[in-house]
Design a binder for this molecule. Structure first.
Ligand SMILES: [Zn+2]
Length: 170
């Protein structure tokens, strides 16, 4: 693996391969290092570390489902599942939504970087066709329908994972 650029933040490092981020997290020591490429979804993870929430949509007029006016997907998909063409990126400005459903997590698995207990929440965002799974920062309690707004772990606090997006009460 050639490394054109390496950014070391927290315990993770990012290698950049042909424009794609390859995450390296030594969660369980060097022998337990997790390597994960973000491939074409790199803009999403890069956006989180910059305080931006990016989604994708299908704009292919020949698509049998979107007909060129697809809904936003979050988490994003690089290619449309219906026409298999590349989707386009859009930023969701000032992301706000409501708790569609939730789980109270008292005990997480090994390697989980969120302190327990916490609320894992599924968030419905106006104008987004999918529901994003994330977590709430705050003591709760939470109920379905609670309004939430997005926050990001940026700079030195970034993990370069989906944990860089979280939600607080709105
Ligand atoms: Zn499509």
């Amino acid at each position: 693996m050639s490394k054109s650029e390496v950014a070391k933040i927290a315990a993770s490092t990012i290698d950049i391969e042909g424009g794609a981020w390859v995450l390296r997290v030594p969660r369980f020591g060097e022998e337990g290092t997790h390597h994960h490429t973000y491939g074409l979804l790199t803009p999403y993870f890069k956006g989180l570390t910059q305080g931006q929430l990016l989604a994708t949509r299908c704009v292919n007029p020949g698509c049998p489902i979107s007909r060129g006016h697809g809904e936003l997907w979050l988490p994003p998909r690089a290619d449309c599942p219906d026409c298999h063409q590349p989707m386009t990126w859009s930023e969701i400005k000032d992301p706000r939504g409501y708790v569609y459903t939730y789980t109270y997590v008292e005990r997480g698995g090994a390697g989980l970087e969120i302190p327990c207990p916490y609320y894992q929440i599924d968030v419905k965002i106006e104008g987004v066709g999918t529901i994003v799974k994330s977590y709430l920062q705050g003591p709760g309690p939470v109920k379905i329908g609670d309004k939430v707004k997005a926050r990001f772990r940026t700079g030195a606090a970034a993990t370069h994972t989906c944990l860089d997006l979280y939600w607080v009460a709105d």
